[in-house]
Design a protein around this ligand. Structure first.
Ligand code: SF4
Length: 438
């Protein structure tokens, strides 16, 4: 076990960080400029947030958003108009990033405050006002809060952890392009995310400002793809590619589509969960020009499945984009069957197919998020047969060092009885299937 070499500037250095296409705001956060004692505003039902908020169930008949968000807005952003709140650029400009901003909203625990004061983490802090509205003000163990507010646990590196556990840097022929499998590449369009997840696999990269969406860098990556005819599938990720403007996305997607051997483009994004306001009709108009286009959405907990997220996913699905979800298995966040079942059910209601459940990568400083592998198997066993087959994701370990995704399954083969295979079902009942020996 060892400590990071970080410095106290790590968190405050992010104050200047902005999404690549968003002009720097001249406005201070309302929470910083509002006169008076914020505690004097009426009490809100934000207290210890329930781990599963049944009132957040997505429904097309709840157009005004969820009650937690409405209460949060009244308390911390009373001057902000609906137009501003629903503008993704306003949300991105007004992300909550500093200790002072966070302390205006949350009652920090000792380990949270110490993490913000001492800094030293590889990953900046940033939370959209919308996502912060879903975070408990008082409970540091609330699942969503654990994933976006740092703690000093991040400063501890355990055995087997690494800054680049998947060995992506060793498979990067051009800056920001990872070519690990023969037929597909990962193109990091930039390193900005509107909200930073404390367990991020690319925490060594995201939020540091080193991967810019400059035409020169992207042209180099595009040129590599053009010159490599085995590449048929390009995954755009980052950072979050949907933080690019429509114009920039149009440019990247248009260039990719013009390459004859690129059959398939995928986008990885957490926007529908952390900044659903980003999924605008204009964005969907751009995306739908480039079919076949698939999207991997990043959801980790049912409390993210709000009416706002529902609307965002509906717009994407209506644009003809097949939606899959990628969920990281996280200790104290979603590591029980009931939470995961609720999440996958809500995802299906949002027209999102649960796709992968990831064992948490051994990123430096992530041990407090990692569960035993057995826990993932237990969750799959608790889903398979107990709910709709579409709701059951594939549990995978991304092999350290760049070995790719390795699927893991509970063992349903009990053994053999002559020419019969003995299997067990989800109820642990045994069945014999004819499978003659050669
Ligand atoms: S949205 Fe994805 S890339 Fe961005 S911080 Fe979260 S896990 Fe990392």
């Amino acid at each position: 076990m060892s400590n990071f070499d970080g410095d106290a500037a790590s968190f405050t250095a992010t104050v200047e960080e902005e999404p690549p296409d968003v002009p720097l705001s001249t406005n201070l956060l309302p929470i910083l400029s509002a006169p008076g004692d914020p505690e004097a505003t009426p009490a809100l039902p934000l207290g210890p947030a329930p781990h599963r908020s049944s009132h957040l169930i997505a429904s097309p008949r709840t157009p005004r958003g969820n009650p937690l968000t409405r209460a949060f807005r009244r308390r911390f952003f009373p001057e902000v108009t609906d137009q501003e709140w629903n503008d993704w650029r306003w949300q991105a400009r007004n992300r909550i990033r500093t200790l002072g901003q966070i302390e205006r909203i949350l009652e920090l625990s000792d380990v949270e405050r110490a993490a913000m004061v001492e800094g030293g983490s590889m990953l900046p802090v940033g939370v959209t006002p919308y996502y912060m509205s879903l975070v408990s003000r008082t409970d540091p163990n609330q699942p969503l809060r654990r994933t976006v507010i740092p703690t000093t646990h991040e400063f501890t590196r355990k055995r087997g952890e690494a800054d680049d556990p998947l060995g992506e840097d060793g498979h990067s022929p051009v800056p920001g392009l990872v070519h690990r499998y023969p037929d597909r590449v990962l193109l990091l369009v930039h390193d900005f995310c509107s909200t930073y997840c404390r367990y991020c696999t690319r925490s060594r990269v995201v939020g540091h400002g080193d991967i810019a969406p400059s035409e020169a860098r992207l042209e180099k990556a595009l040129d590599y793809i053009r010159r490599t005819p085995t590449i048929r599938d390009v995954l755009l990720s980052g950072g979050d590619p949907l933080a690019l403007s429509e114009e920039r996305l149009d440019w990247v997607l248009g260039r990719l589509r013009a390459i004859p051997h690129v059959e398939f483009v995928r986008l990885g994004t957490k926007m529908p969960a952390v900044l659903p306001q980003r999924i605008t009709p204009q964005l969907c108009r751009v995306l739908r020009k480039y079919h076949p286009l698939w999207m991997s959405l990043h959801f980790i907990h049912p409390d993210e499945c709000t009416p706002e997220a529902y609307r965002a996913c509906s717009r994407l699905a209506d644009a003809g984009i097949p939606l899959g979800s990628q969920t990281v298995l996280l200790a104290g966040v979603n590591d029980d069957v009931a939470t995961m079942k609720e999440l996958v059910h809500r995802l299906l209601m949002m027209r999102v197919r649960p796709y992968y459940l990831y064992q948490c990568d051994p990123i430096s400083g992530s041990s407090h998020f990692r569960t035993p592998v057995e826990k993932g198997l237990e969750i799959i066993e608790g889903l398979r047969g107990h709910t709709t087959g579409y709701a059951v994701p594939t549990f995978v370990i991304d092999a350290p060092g760049g070995g790719g995704k390795i699927p893991l399954q509970p063992n349903y083969v009990v053994g053999r009885d002559g020419d019969f295979l003995v299997l067990r079902n989800y109820e642990h009942r045994e069945f014999r299937y004819p499978d003659p020996l050669p």
